[in-house]
Design a protein around this ligand. Sequence first.
Ligand code: SF4
Ligand code: SF4
Length: 539
Amino acid sequence: MKTLQKIGLLLFVVGLTQFTALTLMGEFEMKSQHFEQVAEKHGIRSSVFIQKSKEVFYRNSYLQLSDLTKGIENLVQLSNDHYRAAAREPNLSKEAKRAAYQKIIYANPKELTLDLARLSSVGWVKEHPNLFWWLSFGLGIIGALFFILPAAWNTVSAAEKNNKIYQTSATARGWVAWLVFAYLVGFYLLLYFAPQYSHHWTLILDPISEALNGGPASRWFVYGFMYCVVMLVMALRMYIKYRHNAYQLLRTSSVLFFQIVFAFLIPEIMTRLQLPATDFKNAFPLDYDFFFSWNLKNLISSGGLGLFILVWGIVLTLVVVPVMVYFFGKRWYCSWVCGCGGLAETLGDPYRQHSSKSLFSWRVERWLVHGVLLFALVMTAATLYSYFTGASSLWGLKTQSIQNTYSFLIGAVFAGVIGTGFYPIFGNRVWCRFGCPLAAYLGFVQRFKSRFRITTNGGQCISCGNCSTYCEMGIDVRAYAQKGENIVRSSCVGCGICADVCPRGVLKLEQGPEKGRINPTEILLGNDVSLLNLLNQKK
Ligand code: SF4
Ligand code: SF4
């Protein structure tokens, strides 16, 4: 078993190294039609950009990606300066000014570079995408399976499943964990803010993309594909680790199904059929750009199906989500359906013990998660106001600026870089706990109008603390168990791990009548922070 694991680790490292090296490899041979193709794809009308691009790059065969990026950024700047200056010319007619404004380039220069890099790439990777797929993805997947599965299989009894978790560098914030943290953060930074370096990743996934959606792979296709692969590999680990627990097996199958079918395959197939691609399970406000004008216009102009998606999105948020939370708690979404939750429950499972249980974290959590919800609602109000009135700002704030700020801070940095990158250090539900606006909304319903609760058979509790340790949402489950009090917390995602790791069968996730669901006890415990206050007040 140990040898198999060592081979697996070696294969995984080789695959990952190859995958990483792909970002730095490559040379580019520019042809004049590459610029025209990119200009057409991005709706660029600037003749300055196209002309100058040809002049600058055409003679520069086999240049490096960093040079290409810099060159394109400079050209976009040059072109935009030119047309902005032209539009300010006092003697110019209104039509000429409008024409000059229309030639300003709004596309992200890094996106333009990515497309140019794909088209002009020369060399081995472009010629042998399948070979490089196997050398990176293939070796990575096989290596991960060899490494992970024997370890999970060795867990012969349910009680052993977290043995040595605090003695292993990868799961105890040792150097391996910090290395994984740095890699994940780096990956997300590159994906969001330096997409041009993903050109080889897109090239090696082109065959799969073409088979699914009929077109070349984008960086988001790469991300979606990787997301599914990682979840699938780690779900196999979950199946073995939690094989004694039917709830975990079903839950893992559910998140896997919704991620692969709903979030990945259906949108790709819809793209192939030239229908508006949508993830039917992604509810607003997690799906924060659902009401952005480009999406509304796209849906409304797409006929019956577009209108159905629009109505479904609204019904999902306003009716389906709260009604389901009423009956089953927020677990039906956060632990059974959601993609973010799915990754947290599979890739993030080895890190769930890192969630902070301190009172300070709980205070930060409440302010932050509800703050993000408020931010999302204000942004959407401004967006809809602008959409219906045509005004570009609300309360003196530019709608576009609010959207850009939200997309950058919440959509990219919080949900992506911090949400997943910080798994090895702060636990697997950083985003769900501190940032997800949908979780905040579901939490309200769960706390105040739901049949869900975790019941505790306090007499059986031996205060081992396993439940609190492995609660990914930082809930001090043991404190409730000791008092025999039901757990009705807005943050609980119903993952069921607390019940799974409890050696005494104290905890049970249940639905029942609302009456008596919240049953605070009067018992004062030695570690109850309010005990001294009450004594001092002579109550
Ligand atoms: S209390 Fe239990 S079910 Fe709820 S999030 Fe924590 S571990 Fe999961
Ligand atoms: S409820 Fe179970 S896991 Fe939690 S402290 Fe009590 S015995 Fe331990």
